[in-house]
Design a binder for this molecule. Structure first.
Ligand code: UDP
Length: 319
């Protein structure tokens, strides 16, 4: 059992997927404020390197566990943050069955743990629940436009099911559930082979290779720097609001604009090369974050240029 952190908050938080990109930043932030952290990860997409720097910190416990198969925690738990899930399209498309499994059975087990401990349960859901949205920007009240049988559905529908399950636990068992819908997030610890747009573009630009723009690049995304996102996650952990609450940066760019920003920022000689658009790739995405402002007092602070600069520094060091 994790010893309480001396001079800490006395709180103990379980983070599933804690060695992942966002999960590792969340573990770090919680430790910094004096919480004890129990991190579960099966290292299928999470990396040991992401939490290496945390392993000697007081109050940090790391377990290699597939949360879909179950997790044992001894002692008191104040909150369970359920982040375990492959989140990059190439990674969840490689692991369709595991993705569905962690969204369903993994979520059930995490909910049961929170319920048994009387803990707050935070579900890391996604803007993908809106699918290829017909409403723009996306408000939480929008029900979405998802292809239930397309290849992306393992993630989109998996997370929709996880949201449904979380709300059912709240209604029938009174579990203290909170749901956040996370929009595109980037920052240090994005893996070079992650396949997402920011890591691909930055690595390509740093290596002078062509930037691979899928389709004509007119599709939009709104990119949130990971430190801002984690600030929103912590606020939602501490709140008692059920959500769902959108967390993302409303500054919207076309993918082509992003490619141009990356080339300029890295002073790269790279060109732009178009590749086929993946199936069911959403055309537009931008969060309405009024609710996050109202109930969490949250808004993102980091400008894209600053966030990209820090991410480029990280990727240059690891590639
Ligand atoms: N994309 C791209 N080139 C890449 C990787 C992604 O043009 O090398 C596009 C992708 O088709 C999508 C957007 O960038 O329209 C964001 O993709 P990502 O995989 O980062 O996240 P998504 O929002 O699709 O989950």
């Amino acid at each position: 059992m994790t010893a309480p952190v001396a001079g800490g908050t006395g709180r103990r938080v379980v983070v599933t997927g804690g060695a992942g990109f966002i999960g590792s930043h969340l573990c770090e932030r919680l430790l910094e404020r004096g919480d004890a952290v129990v991190c579960f990860d099966d290292f299928s997409t999470g990396r040991l390197e992401n939490v290496d720097g945390l392993r000697d910190r007081p109050g940090f416990e790391l377990h290699q566990v597939d949360v879909s198969a179950g997790m044992d925690v001894e002692g008191a738990v104040d909150a369970v943050a359920h982040l375990a899930c492959p989140a990059s399209p190439p990674r969840y498309l490689e692991r369709p069955l595991e993705t569905l499994q962690v969204c369903s059975e993994g979520t059930r087990r995490a909910l049961d743990l929170a319920d048994a401990c009387g803990a707050r349960f935070l579900l890391a859901s996604t803007s993908e629940v809106y699918g290829d949205p017909e409403e723009h920007p996306q408000r939480e009240a929008y029900w979405g436009h998802v292809n239930p049988v397309g290849p992306r559905s393992v993630y989109d529908e998996g997370k929709r099911f996880a949201e449904s399950m979380s709300m059912a636990w709240r209604r029938s068992r009174g579990t203290d559930v909170g749901i956040v819908r996370i929009f595109n997030t980037y920052g240090p610890r994005l893996q070079p082979d992650d396949g997402r747009v920011v890591s691909n573009f930055l690595i390509q630009a740093l290596h002078g290779e062509p930037l691979t723009v899928y389709g004509d690049g007119s599709q939009t995304r709104s990119l949130c720097y990971v430190d801002d996102l984690v600030d929103g996650l912590v606020r939602m952990l501490d709140a008692d609001h059920a959500g769902p609450v959108n967390l993302g940066n409303p500054d919207e760019y076309t993918v082509l604009e992003l490619a141009e920003v990356v080339i300029e920022l890295t002073a790269s000689s790279s060109s732009i090369e178009h590749r086929p658009l993946p199936e069911d790739d959403p055309g537009r995405r931008r969060p309405d974050i009024a609710l996050a402002g109202e109930v969490l007092g949250w808004k993102p602070m980091t400008p894209l240029s600053e966030g990209l600069r820090r991410t480029a520094e990280y990727l240059a060091a690891v590639t």
